[in-house]
Design a protein around this ligand. Structure first.
Ligand code: SF4
Ligand code: SF4
Length: 460
């Protein structure tokens, strides 16, 4: 199915998302406590997309592009040691596994591939895998951060862009993003004052950049000023059902408000296509607690928690591409299956997902996406590692009934996982220096949570 998205339709999307979703609260009351919450289905509820089928596309007239609704995020590609890579990580990636994923993706109509110089080997490995296919069969998106050791220069920025082209084995990039813009001060120091932005505009004129945009990690108040700087072709934001109303609400984040709803609606009102990152919140929404999963399963037995999260994003008509950072073929197959003959959520389903968000947040999970922007910690703490362990038992560790056996078991399992970490990387090694605080795009109050974990461990 190819959807043509006009500005008018996108604006319609704004109202669909902005007005109706606000009506989620009453439904929450009717959810109650799910029955048989801990019973997981024996088999995956999805089927692989048939051979020869393609994912759905959307056409963006202003850019003259038709893009698959699902994009392959290349930050968490499979590593030789197993698992996925990540921001700034230097683990060797598994070229053969990446080749297989890229081949499968292209065969099923995925044509958007998103990488960055900051993702370790990702550009090189992605470039190798894609170069085995005709250039017309894929769109490559990469980024330019130019954070360069304190004093970002024009020369450093130019070198970064030229290296990206070399790594990706291309003579132009389809989509270039100013990486991780948070506010005007960052834009001025990294791109404006040194002349790099002007230089990038020249590259665009010369055809070496097809479309120019930025990835945004700031607050609601910081987006409009950045949007008004230039006639951006697209903007990439974090959008998922848990962050729709407020990214930091309930988690003790910083004082600035960021909500996917505001960011999305603002971009749509300006007629700017929205590229979505973290639709599954770095995997956190794929591994929600059993109780939250059961509520979704009761409504959609055919969808996993990850598929529910992706469906929420894909149902918004202003979304250009939903990026998912995939680490293995299984995840890719499930996502391709979902976006093949995609069934968008209607208003009721969207409202329902917001009630799931409330339930998810009430379980006290720390909204870490494991992006590692906060690392390395000067004291050696494995910040995302400790948060992951905490999240395995967040509901049992907060205010659950301690007389229940399942709560006691979860607490024991948490303590075991925590103590199995090397001593130097546990939360109790945190010295509260706050160096990590400004680096977290999720605005997580990291030192506060480290102290919280320390206190819980001491209590247990
Ligand atoms: S506050 Fe703690 S976790 Fe954060 S950088 Fe400092 S020592 Fe590391
Ligand atoms: S704490 Fe923040 S910066 Fe660090 S890995 Fe988690 S989300 Fe990323």
């Amino acid at each position: 199915m190819d959807e043509k998205i006009t500005r008018r339709e996108a604006l319609k999307g704004l109202f669909f998302a902005g007005m109706g979703l606000a009506a989620g609260a009453p439904l929450m009351k009717s959810l109650g406590t799910p029955a048989a919450a801990a019973t997981l289905p024996a088999e995956a509820p999805w089927k692989e997309a048939p051979e020869g089928s393609k994912i759905d596309t959307r056409t963006w007239d202003k850019m003259g592009e038709t893009l698959g609704m699902l994009g392959l995020g290349c930050m968490r590609l499979p590593t030789l040691g197993g698992g996925g890579g990540g921001f700034g990580r230097r683990q060797a990636l598994d070229q053969e596994a990446v080749n297989a994923m890229v081949d499968y993706a292209i065969a099923h109509g995925v044509n958007y591939f998103d990488t960055a110089p900051a993702y370790g080997e990702s550009e090189v490995v992605t470039g190798k895998a894609l170069s085995r296919h005709p250039r017309s069969s894929y769109k490559i998106a990469t980024k330019i951060s130019n954070m360069g050791g304190g004093r970002p220069t024009l020369a450093a920025g130019k070198e970064m862009f030229e290296t990206s082209l070399k790594n990706l084995q291309v003579d132009y990039v389809d989509f270039l993003l100013l990486h991780n813009l948070q506010d005007m001060a960052g834009y001025n120091s990294r791109f404006k004052e040194n002349g790099l932005f002007e230089w990038l505009l020249q590259q665009k004129k010369a055809g070496r950049i097809k479309h120019l945009g930025f990835s945004f990690h700031g607050s609601n108040e910081d987006l409009p000023g950045l949007v008004d700087l230039y006639d951006w072709d697209f903007v990439q934001i974090q959008l998922n059902y848990a962050d729709w109303k407020d990214m930091s609400a309930g988690w003790g984040g910083n004082s600035k408000t960021t909500s996917s709803e505001f960011l999305y609606n603002h971009l749509v009102s300006k007629g700017i296509p929205v590229l979505v990152m973290e639709p599954v919140k770095g995997g956190a929404l794929a591994s929600v607690s059993d109780g939250v999963a059961a509520v979704m399963r009761e409504r959609h037995p055919d969808l996993t928690p990850a598929a529910n999260a992706l469906s929420f994003v894909g149902s918004l008509p202003g979304v250009m591409v939903t990026l998912s950072g995939m680490s293995n073929m299984e995840q890719l197959k499930e996502n391709v299956s979902l976006f093949t003959d995609f069934k968008p959520f209607d208003q009721k389903e969207m409202d329902f997902m917001l009630t799931v968000a409330d339930l998810y947040k009430s379980k006290g999970q720390i909204p870490c996406t494991a992006c590692k922007y906060c690392m390395p910690c000067p004291a050696g703490v494995d910040i995302p590692g400790n948060f992951k362990i905490f999240n395995t038992a967040s509901d049992a560790l907060t205010d659950a009934d301690t007389s229940r056996k399942d709560v006691a078991d979860k607490r024991k399992a948490f303590l075991k996982l925590y103590n199995e970490q090397e001593a130097g990387i546990r939360a109790d090694a945190c010295i509260g220096c706050n160096a990590c605080l400004p680096k977290c795009p999720q605005h997580i109050s990291i030192p506060t949570h480290m102290q919280r974990i320390k206190d819980i461990v001491a209590r247990l």
